[in-house]
Design a binder for this molecule. Structure first.
Ligand code: DAH
Length: 341
């Protein structure tokens, strides 16, 4: 029996030291130490031993059991350490690998210019008004004193939405003047930026859809001096304090007198170049003193109140600010273009 026990010990220790996983070790434990295991089988035969041999074999059997148990425990520690090492190896994070870039959008250059302009006007006490792009001819033309035969009312110039020419895509932001006076009343200081639509062919300086900013100031005692002072202040905020401006007489149905404002060409300083088409000046906006008829159309007494209005194109300002040569780039929304700003 002694040899039998030694064989069991040798076999068990060898098998255990070669075990690769926790499951292997468990089945070895059952094989050697379990109720039906090899060691138990030997112990069951102890009844036939002599009184002297029994304690000797008993002690040996206990030693074998203890050494098998110890070996299982030691191997199990080795196996789980190996498993952990393998897991750590498999799950390593290389913190030096460069991250994935998430592309972030940014403001369109024209809207960046618009925000800057809004800030300037808000700083001067103006309010921002919004108006509908689908407008009534009544507001786009009639209340603005545009006569029935005015060329801008023609079907070839304007996108009418109804056959009777009463509803259209607004051709200017000026109707918001009327809406603002009607809803807000006077005195008022407002601007209204937005889209306008005209039947223009697309080229470097034209688009059937573009943006205007309308402005209106009505109060008691407003004069042409206020118009010039306000517009000069704003243009110098945008283009710099040395900007030279000039006012030329013009005609708009809704202002009397009317004018256009030019700035001296920032490219050539007034000498004449391709940017200003040799003129030395660049036309910037239309303006004038609000026509008494327009005030009356909005229920404002022109004997008591007077005001000035102005309107300018946003694209032209953005093109000038960023030295962009073609208006189509503003609307094509090619990211390769937009990413430059
Ligand atoms: N609405 C005019 C246009 O589209 C621009 C304009 C001129 C607006 C004079 C005004 C103004 O308010 O007073 O050409």
């Amino acid at each position: 029996m002694k040899e039998q026990l030694e064989i069991i010990r040798k076999g068990a220790l060898e098998a255990i030291s070669g075990a690769q996983g926790a499951a292997d070790l468990e089945s070895l434990r059952v094989k050697y130490l379990g109720k039906k295991g090899e060691l138990t089988a030997v112990l069951k035969q102890m009844g036939g031993l002599s009184a002297e041999l029994r304690p000797v074999i008993g002690q040996l059997a206990n030693e074998v059991r203890a050494s098998v148990e110890k070996a299982i425990e030691a191997q199990s520690a080795i196996v789980s350490e190996r498993a952990l090492a393998a897991r750590l190896e498999a799950e390593t994070v290389d913190v030096t690998v460069p991250g994935k870039k998430i592309p972030l959008g940014h403001k369109h250059p024209m809207y960046a210019v618009l925000d800057e302009i809004k800030e300037i006007f808000i700083g001067m006490g103006f309010e921002i008004f919004d108006g509908p792009e689908v407008e009534q001819a009544e507001y786009n033309f009639t209340k603005l004193n545009a006569p029935e035969d005015h060329p801008s009312r023609d079907w070839t110039d304007t996108f009418y939405l109804t056959k009777d020419s009463t509803v259209l895509l607004r051709s200017q932001t000026s109707p918001v003047q009327i809406r603002a006076m009607e809803t807000h009343g006077v005195p008022i200081r407002m601007i209204s930026p937005g889209r306008v639509y005209r039947k223009d062919e697309v080229d470097a300086t034209h688009s059937p859809m573009f943006h205007q900013i309308e402005g209106l100031v009505v109060d008691k005692g407003i004069t042409m001096a206020d118009l010039k002072g306000t517009l000069n202040t704003i243009i110098r905020e945008i283009y710099g304090s040395n900007t030279q401006t000039r006012f030329r007489p013009h005609h708009f149905p809704f202002t009397e007198p009317s004018c256009e404002m030019d700035i001296q060409c920032h490219k050539c300083g007034g000498a004449g170049c391709p940017t200003c088409k040799g003129e030395g000046w660049i036309e910037l906006l239309g303006a004038g003193m609000v026509h008494p008829k327009v005030l009356r159309n909005c229920g404002v007494d022109p004997e008591e109140y007077s005001g000035f209005a102005f309107g300018f194109g946003l694209e032209r300002l953005a093109l000038g600010q960023y030295k962009i040569s073609d208006m189509r780039l503003i609307f094509e929304n090619d990211v390769r273009f937009l990413e430059q700003f």
